[in-house]
Design a protein around this ligand. Structure first.
Ligand code: TMP
Length: 218
């Protein structure tokens, strides 16, 4: 945040495909609004017109070769820089809560971990692009592979994007990288069991947020 005043609270939902991030983000936003808290919900890659344009390039790459790993990481960082500057930072400065479906830890897990670029490269891009902005709390939704496969078959059929459609080993490496990030930063991450109906998982999310709610809301 480059020393700028910051009054809102920034929550990122993270996890592999099918873990229920968007549903849980929506349920959390509704719960916070019911408590009188100003909330915006957004997503990555995307959230602003520029970042949504980059999203289309990432998920449906032009040409036949696809992006190199490095180009992919740069595009994610560029979309995030635009999103932070034009949507997330202004909202936090206004005092709103920001609930974001994926943030930099997705780049750390997918491009840095599964993609093999390493954490230092992703953090360097994030420091340059977005002044290293961190969520106040990352909610990491985790579920076993069989549960996720069943949810994705029901949701996507064969229509997964360029990254979602990568082999099972890639997604296994993503899940392992997320676990590793959470283990190394237990204050910054809440690991939530995402198996169960949406309201059950939502109750777990709210319980994880209780300390932040108690400290921020009067
Ligand atoms: P979505 O399906 O959650 O909308 O995300 C789109 C895809 O982009 C998903 O496969 C995860 C991937 N992704 C990355 O690889 N790196 C990132 O930094 C982000 C935000 C998403």
């Amino acid at each position: 945040m480059s020393g700028l005043p910051r009054r809102g609270v920034f929550i990122a939902f993270e996890g592999g495909e099918g873990t229920g991030k968007s549903t849980q983000g929506r349920l959390l936003a509704e719960a916070l609004r019911a408590r009188g808290i100003g909330v915006i919900t957004t997503r990555e890659p995307g959230g602003t017109p520029g970042a949504e344009a980059i999203r289309r390039l990432l998920l449906d790459p032009p040409g036949e070769t696809g992006w190199t790993s490095e180009a992919e990481a740069l595009l994610f960082a560029a979309s995030r820089a635009d999103h932070v500057a034009h949507l997330i930072r202004p909202a936090l400065e206004r005092g709103d809560w920001v609930i974001c479906d994926r943030f930099v830890d997705s780049s750390r897990a997918y491009q840095g971990g599964a993609g093999g670029l390493g954490d230092a490269a992703i953090l360097a891009l994030h420091a340059f692009g977005s002044a290293g902005l961190r969520p106040d709390l990352v909610i990491l939704l985790e579920a076993d592979e069989a549960t996720l496969a069943a949810r994705l078959a029901a949701r996507d059929g064969d229509a997964s994007d360029a990254i979602g459609g990568r082999p099972v080993e890639y997604h296994r490496a993503v899940a392992a990288a997320f676990r590793d990030l959470a283990t190394r930063d237990p204050q910054g991450f809440a690991r939530i069991d995402a198996v169960g109906d949406p309201q059950t998982v939502h109750a777990r999310v709210l319980a994880a947020l209780e300390p932040l709610l108690a400290s921020r809301v009067v």
